[in-house]
Every structure is written in structure tokens, then in C-alpha cells.
Design a protein around this ligand. Structure first.
Ligand code: UDP
Ligand code: MG
Length: 158
């Protein structure tokens, strides 16, 4: 099994702007399997921990306020190279510098209000999945169309 899991969450602006369905749909259409999903209101403590790598930077406090200002939708996506592919679908950090065709490049102009978070490495993904979801909240299942998402005919999933 060479499938990988990554954590993404739709930030409060995505929900307030009613873009959640559109963004989730992109991941579905790409072929990802949604193995975890929930509506959450991130607490200040949780946001500080999640973004601790940015503690002390000038945008840290506004980032914590942004992350906690309304509900988010957290998801675990499963698929081949999930971490890298999902990040590429997000685009660049700054919406205005993000290429068209990406979530941020199609729907964001802001350096902060950029709609979505995605794990940036497989190690981060593992940590973030544990931070957002209890193991019993993740659902393992197979999908009928897997043989049309990948070539499953030979060895592995190609
Ligand atoms: N951010 C910000 N100002 C900046 C850089 C980042 O407000 O100058 C926010 C933005 O919402 C970004 C988050 O902080 O998504 C985390 O920053 P990071 O550099 O990790 O970007 P990401 O991994 O989300 O692309
Ligand atoms: Mg980051």
C-alpha cells in the first residue's frame, strides 16, 4: 500500500465565503479519499500549538486571531503522494502570488486570508492528523472506483 495521508483544514474565510463545498469538491475530483472530516472551532491554545513554528513572527498574533475567528473544516485526505499533491493544490502562501488553478490562486488575494491549510511534510502530516483527529474519528474504507483512480492491475497502486 503506497497511499499516504495528509491533513488539510478549511480556514474561517473559506466557510464565511461559502467556498467549502467548492474546495472539498476539488480534492474529491482529484481522486483523494476523505477518511476524516469535521467542523471545528479552533481554540486559541490549539492555534498557538498548531502554528508554533511561527511563534514570535510579526504575523503570529493576527494568524492566531484569524484561525480562531470562526469555524473550520478539518479533513484527512488519503491518496498517492497526498502531502505533496494537496500542497500543490493549495498554491503559494500568499493568495496574490499563487498560480491560477490552485485554491489560493483562484479564490484569494490576501497574504493571510488564504482559505486553507495543508501539511507540509509527511512527518508534519502525521503530527497534525493526531492533533486534529482521534484515531476512532478516522474511517478506513475502500472505494469501488479505486481501479479507475489508479492502475491497480499489477504490483501496487500506480
Ligand atoms: N501568514 C501571514 N503572513 C505571512 C505569512 C503567513 O499571515 O507573512 C499566514 C497565512 O495564513 C499562512 C499561515 O500564516 O497560511 C502559515 O504560514 P506558512 O508560512 O506556514 O504558510 P502555508 O504553509 O500555510 O503556505
Ligand atoms: Mg506552513
Amino acid at each position: 500500500m503506497n497511499l499516504e495521508r495528509t491533513l488539510v483544514f478549511l480556514k474561517p474565510d473559506a466557510l464565511q465565503r461559502r467556498l467549502a463545498g467548492e474546495i472539498i469538491s476539488r480534492f474529491e475530483k482529484r481522486g483523494f479519499l476523505i477518511v476524516g472530516m469535521k467542523l471545528i472551532h479552533i481554540t486559541e491554545e490549539f492555534a498557538r500549538r498548531h502554528y508554533s513554528a511561527h511563534a514570535g513572527k510579526d504575523f503570529f498574533e493576527p494568524l492566531v486571531r484569524y484561525t480562531t475567528c470562526g469555524p473550520c473544516i478539518a479533513m484527512v485526505l488519503e491518496g498517492k503522494n497526498a502531502v505533496k499533491v494537496a500542497r500543490s493544490m493549495l498554491g503559494e502562501t500568499f493568495g496574490g502570488e499563487s498560480p491560477s488553478g490552485t485554491v489560493r490562486g483562484d479564490y484569494s488575494l490576501s497574504n493571510r486570508f488564504n482559505l486553507i491549510h495543508g501539511s507540509d511534510s509527511t512527518q508534519t502530516a502525521e503530527d497534525e492528523i493526531k492533533r486534529f483527529f482521534r484515531s476512532e474519528e478516522l474511517v478506513s474504507y475502500s472505494r469501488e472506483d479505486i481501479q479507475w483512480i489508479y492502475d491497480t492491475d499489477g504490483a501496487g497502486i500506480v
